[in-house]
Design a protein around this ligand. Sequence first.
Ligand code: 5AD
Ligand code: SF4
Length: 467
Amino acid sequence: MATLDDAPEGAPARGGKVLVKSYGCQMNVYDATRMADLLGREGYAETAEEADADLVILNTCHIREKAAEKIYSELGKLALEKRAREAQGREMKIVVAGCVAQAEGEQVLKRQRAVDLVVGPQSYHRLPDLLQQARHGRRLTDTEFAVEDKFDALPQPSRAQIRARGVSAFVTVQEGCDKFCSFCVVPYTRGAEVSRPVADVLAETQRLVEAGVREITLIGQNVNAYRGADDEGRDWSLARLLAEMGQIEGIDRLRYTTSHPVDMAQDLIDVHESIEKLMPYVHLPVQSGSDRVLKAMNRKHTAADYLDIIARLRKARPDMALSSDFIVGFPGETDEDFEDTMALARAVGFASSFSFKYSPRPGTPGAERDDQIDEEVKRARLAALQALLEEQRQAFNAATVSKTVDVLFEKPGRHEGQIAGKSPYMQAVHVSGAADRVGRVARVEIVAAGSNSLAGRLMDEGEEAKA
Ligand code: 5AD
Ligand code: SF4
């Protein structure tokens, strides 16, 4: 832990209102909720309004340059707000957490003077203590890798906190990455792969389910590399963990994300056939369809390997929906390589996808290469790929029309008398129905596909419930 400039003691004030703003992946969403829970214990109430907040935590993402730069512009705005408050004799503390904090550490304090504290994704369990020190006017950085301590030290959320977050919850089972894809900063910001013990995962899940959660998504940077120890010290695979969780009464749905093709073991593919609660939707980033680029990216699989996994997933579960991440314009990518990516996307037919222009990240091997792709070329390739992926997404949604699917209702809809939820394939669905259905699964006939959601009709309601 390092300390920058010690200043005179400030007035200690316990509690207040905290705003945690999260950027980037689901791991950050989970970490943000744990930070809010932790600070709840310290007497902080959560707020969604910056103007109300005594403490603002930016839980940051470092994966692409744009994401990191966005943080500094956000910090610039917060600095102005802080100065305005101070002029009125009020305090506002600013914390930078997440992967920018991990990657840039003290640099963040230097670049933006208004920041009080920089805390990494593996050390945020020390926030109460760090904030105490920050109250005394010290500006601090804590970016130690202490993932095992973190889970032991974090308090469990209260039932009220769990309820407030809805019927679908994340549970972190694994953190970090040992893969070192040559474009990616994650192995440097999140550290080596660490799995949580089976008993911890089950206990956290049990608490969530007892408080009313119906859908659990197991998350990890490399979730399918999960190797968690049981009480006898034996390692469980993700498939075994999912099978155990499938037995927990009260859980309606299980999901997991994000997976790496190399860790897509046959036992994991098989549980898609045997566990009914495991939803038929897998997010499996491929990044590129060119073997040459995949090799340069250090992905350790070919396009054919990926297509083989997809075929086996579809054999296990014929209605399997797939999503992926793509990067265009990795150094050295030719038109032909890019065409291979388009061909792979066409061969699979994705339900949903994320695609990005390659962004050179400091410290990664890709950034060192001297065959970087011209920005214009990247833009044109991204536009072509996104047009194809969008077409596929719309086609997938259109194909659901007139089918009957299970929907887990999560919240009231945008219009009066409407409720909204998700299909097994992660599509947003809204129907006319009573709010007491939130938290339950119902059969829904899909009647129309909009650009971002589906409209449906409850199968067990009378005439008045027609959408
Ligand atoms: N440039 C562009 N996209 C990236 N991703 C990771 N690193 C980079 C980068 N340097 C994408 C990958 C990954 C997703 C989370 O972000 O597609 O799967
Ligand atoms: Fe990054 Fe590759 Fe690890 Fe995913 S598998 S987090 S892309 S290094």
